[in-house]
Design a protein around this ligand. Sequence first.
Ligand code: GDP
Ligand code: IMO
Ligand code: MG
Length: 429
Amino acid sequence: MPSIAVIGAQWGDEGKGKITDYEAGKADMVVRYQGGSNAGHTIKVGEEVFALHILPSGIVRKGVVNVIGNGVIVDLISLDREIADLESRGHSVEGLKISDRANIILNWHRLLDGAEERLRGKKGVGTTGKGIGPCYSDKIARSGIRMGDLLDRELLEERLDTVMPMKLKTMEMLEVRLAQNHDELLSELLAYGKKYSKIITDTSVLVNDALDSGKNVLFEGAQGTMLDIDHGTYPFVTSSNCVAGAICTGAGVGPKRVDEIMGVLKAYTTRVGAGPFPTELNDDTGKMLLTVGGEYGTTTGRARRCGWLDLLVVEHAARLNGLTQFAVTKLDVMNDMKKIKVAVAYDVDGKRLEHFPGNFKMLERAVPVYEEMDGWKGWKADETMEVVRGGYEALPKEMRQYISYIEKRSKVPVRIISIGKGREETIRR
Ligand code: GDP
Ligand code: IMO
Ligand code: MG
């Protein structure tokens, strides 16, 4: 600290929620700056598990200000549901703030997400169905409705009058029907405005004031580098920038305001949804990672595709985000594997590639070139805290060698090692 970013280094679900919650023990403020409720961030504190989609992962830490920045697209239904769930479990969301500039996901975005996926047929992206693509498209096309609009009836009416006829035409073309009429939508949105009026604010001012007064601010990324709209496996990506650069535009801070950039790296690779994944394993090892790792989507429940660690992905993430450190997660899942493989290059049509290419057809033909190393003998599930207490040096030798190998190849130090779901099942180096 004082300011740190937590960024997914692969295709999402690396454990950003867990690491954000862990690091939030030192934070005054946690800020989400992109994505929407396509994200699913899991936190486990004691026996309690939280699956967050729109709320920042500092929300279960007392005294932390949690901010939904302007770059996030807000799903009001998801927001309502998550707040209600937390409150029913005795947790307060006091200190939650939402940017007045954040765009809102409306029902037509969800309907159009579904319709577009149906039209793509077999070539579908496998979206989460939350309306993410259509909402970000509308934002860029200047047809969005923003949180601040909900506080001003005249402004909101003018926006709906401009935007709604266009959306109705598009929906008619794609043969989907909106259940609400103009007046119903208007009153629903005004009611949300009333409900959230105290927490809708200029969050750029809030975040910059916190930084100016020396507060510890954590920027929590959603999705991951390989799902980034520019740098990911386009078109099999999400519709926002997920790399560290998005912090500036999505939270309203200058590029010099982030001190540390931590990449969250799963010890192996997973991906949910369609698109190229060169190190994917369609064998027993892949099945083992799926079952032992509990690799089922936090948002959609879909089984995640599993495979070996890919150093081309790691290098891509380190470079694009300017990573200054890694948190490596889920090393425990690889306990008791005899041999471990890591991709160090791809062979594409007889040519060796050492940087992740942009052409997805080429990626479909990529054959990973692997280096193999010894696995390590694990420990029993109830011994995890003993291992944690022993610290880094108490980890199995081959596990430490795997970590050193990642550091050497990526030139990024590993500062956090996660060996369990729980907040405390974590080693800081
Ligand atoms: P996020 O989207 O990056 O926040 O990750 P998700 O929460 O979607 O998925 C990560 C999953 O792995 C969750 O179920 C976490 O509880 C779990 N997890 C995180 N770190 C570890 C770890 O070190 N070991 C194990 N076994 N599970 C972990
Ligand atoms: P967290 O923050 C993993 C994937 C979807 C799909 C693609 C586009 O939990 O890591 P979208 O609904 O965004 O238009 O879907 O992106 N995807 C994620 N995969 N983790 C996520 O978030 C994801 N958010 C979107 O599966 O392939
Ligand atoms: Mg997730």
